[in-house]
Design a protein around this ligand. Sequence first.
Ligand code: AMP
Length: 307
Amino acid sequence: MANTQPVLIVGSMALDNVKTPFGDVKDALGGAAVYSSIAASYFTGVRLVGVVGEDFPDEHVEFLSSRGIDLTGMQRVPGQTFRWTGYYEFDMNQAHTLDTNLNVFERFRPTIPAEYADSQYVFLANIDPELQLQVLDQVKNPKLTVCDTMNFWIESKKDQLLEVLKRVDIAFMNDAEARELCGSYSLIKAANMLREIGPKVVIIKKGEHGALMITKDGFFSAPSYPLEEVKDPTGAGDSFAGGFIGYIASTDDISEPNLRKAVVYGTTVASFNVEDFSLQRLGSLTPRDIADRYCELKQIAHFEAIE
Ligand code: AMP
């Protein structure tokens, strides 16, 4: 029997304004920690640390609790919740940011509750890298630390982000971010540069073109699930990362073959997320939905050996 472990997730909790060619939403539940926590909750217990303002609707808190997410570490403080406004054109692999209002995140200092300090699995979702460093200072002896980031922080807090990279085991980045941070068009060169900075494993997300994992043993390439309809890619990377670490924590196994399975679980969960806006699809999955799509992905990626 797997020694199932909870995962500690720290990152943005948001109200998003998003427009895609297929519709738009205003003040919709979002944020990297929200997407990744919901995704991880299909695999294991989640301890969420983040901050919201007075305007954050109670129904969102109830929704997170209904997924069994432990909100002891969520702060509600005076002020407005973090807001991100963005849009996508027909190339939905690229998000265009119109506005980032940090609001309550400006003064946020993550406090890891004492009972979370021994968390073995830690996911530093997209957030100011200075805050990611503060979290690393507060966890005792984690077995696996994973981080994600985005262009906003690569451009505004590069040095702090490099510090984070020195201290984590696995780094997630999308293709454009890896190229921007490393100044290399080749994703392989970029991933190897990142591995030299610190993380032993680098996972490059390539949107609808799948994901690439680079470890000391070599490469693993997973396709994306071929969807006919994509409505809103917001949170795809976060739900990918949440599914990935949620699955690993649920098995307490960080071997390379299990990391591969985790990449496919991440891919699977992310594919549901993009089928609808905000958390509308990601928030209502069943274990059967996830298992069926995982098996389809295995079939899609299979090919025979040379005789
Ligand atoms: P993804 O599509 O996976 O890259 O993540 C989208 C989510 O990231 C949205 O729900 C936003 O609220 C959140 N987000 C956007 N910009 C930032 C930022 N600068 N820091 C933290 N979270 C952000």
